[in-house]
Design a protein around this ligand. Structure first.
Ligand code: PMP
Length: 334
């Protein structure tokens, strides 16, 4: 393998890993795309790079310029590392409810971090709207300008997943993939991978695994954006149809509770050595549902979005789990 010229070249080309227990239980071959192996530790490194490269190509991002983004954390982490590597500055607007581990990483990496109150999307103080306004202000104040990354509606997001994540999955399964499923934060992953796979074979089933508190399940079932309950999984769940998710062709939708999903990541850590975050738990539970619906013998792929140690103070913390009224695995409690 030739040497990479910078961290930007280390993003993507992640392996697939066979998920043994759920494959044996369903009679399908279920694989996880190991996105936690990206240099920033999550799938959102791809989005950050896709958006930066697109803005460079369009002449919107000047050398030394600033990239502003509203993020649940992972896009901010990716943007900051890439900005450091390529000579840009990053400003990250994030709701203060996100894990302290992500906040600490952003501080460590030198992001200009603006923590804001968590509010609903229709509130003008929602982190996405604050990022928009801040980018405009910084663009007029800073010599090299500033851009808003706009990951929810910027189609450079799904495009990078179309060209890389989706294409890699097709190659890595030798075209044998029958189904793909994941949850949605911006919709970039689901729309991009779905577009790539359906272009190769329109029979491939594309599923959405929707956590409680997110409106996509009801949207795909009944055409209504309605949400109930809540999830502790960070970075996923939406109440609006973003420009990215609008591009997705969805065949099946599943609503997944934390109670159903979290045991999968505890078992994966204990029995298969994979330490994963909450969105991976929702994705894996969705893959099991898709496998049950499709029947034995199929090849199904989902996404392992980030590492569990990014959520050690929540997902792997008995006191937090009890406070959320979620079951605590014996071995975490002891
Ligand atoms: N998992 C995690 C941990 C994330 O941070 C995100 C993005 N916010 C996602 C999943 C969802 O990915 P996408 O934005 O491509 O829908």
């Amino acid at each position: 393998m030739p040497a990479h010229s910078s961290l930007a070249d280390m993003i993507g080309n992640t392996p697939l890993v066979y998920l043994r227990e759920i494959s044996e239980a369903t009679g399908c071959s279920i694989y996880g795309k190991a996105e936690f192996l990206n240099p920033g530790g999550s799938i959102k490194d791809r989005t950050a790079l896709g958006i930066i490269r697109d803005a460079e190509a369009k002449g919107q991002l000047q050398p030394g310029g600033t990239i502003v983004e509203g993020t649940a954390g992972n896009t901010g982490i990716g943007l900051t590392l890439i900005a450091n590597a390529l000579g840009y500055k990053s400003v990250v607007v994030m709701p203060q409810t996100q894990s302290k581990e992500k906040i600490e990483l952003l501080d460590l990496y030198g992001a200009d971090l603006r923590l804001v109150k968590a509010t609903s999307y229709d509130d003008p103080n929602h982190y996405v709207h604050q990022a928009d306004r801040l980018a405009e202000k910084l663009n007029s104040e800073r010599d090299n300008g500033a851009i808003w990354a706009r990951q929810f509606d910027n189609l450079a997001n799904m495009e990078i997943h179309n060209r890389t994540t989706g294409e890699e999955i097709w190659q890595q399964t030798d075209g044998k993939v029958d189904g793909f499923i994941c949850s949605v934060g911006t919709g970039g992953t689901l729309a991009g991978v779905g577009t790539a796979l359906k272009a190769h074979n329109s029979d491939i089933k594309i599923g959405v695994a929707d956590p409680m508190g997110s409106a996509l399940y009801s949207y795909y079932k009944d055409g209504e954006l309605k949400a109930e309950g809540r999830s502790i999984a960070e970075g996923i769940g939406i109440s609006i149809i973003t420009d990215n998710i609008r591009e997705a062709v969805i065949d099946m939708a599943y609503q997944i509770s934390d109670e159903e999903a979290l045991p999968y990541i505890y078992n994966l850590l204990k029995h298969e050595g994979l330490c994963l975050g909450g969105s991976s738990a929702i994705n894996i539970a969705g893959a099991v549902e898709l496998a049950k619906d499709m029947g034995p013998g199929h090849t199904i792929v989902t996404v392992l979005c980030d590492y569990g140690h990014r959520y050690q103070s929540k997902l792997f913390n008995p006191a937090f789990l009890r406070r959320m009224k979620l079951p605590v695995p014996d071995w975490i409690d002891s």
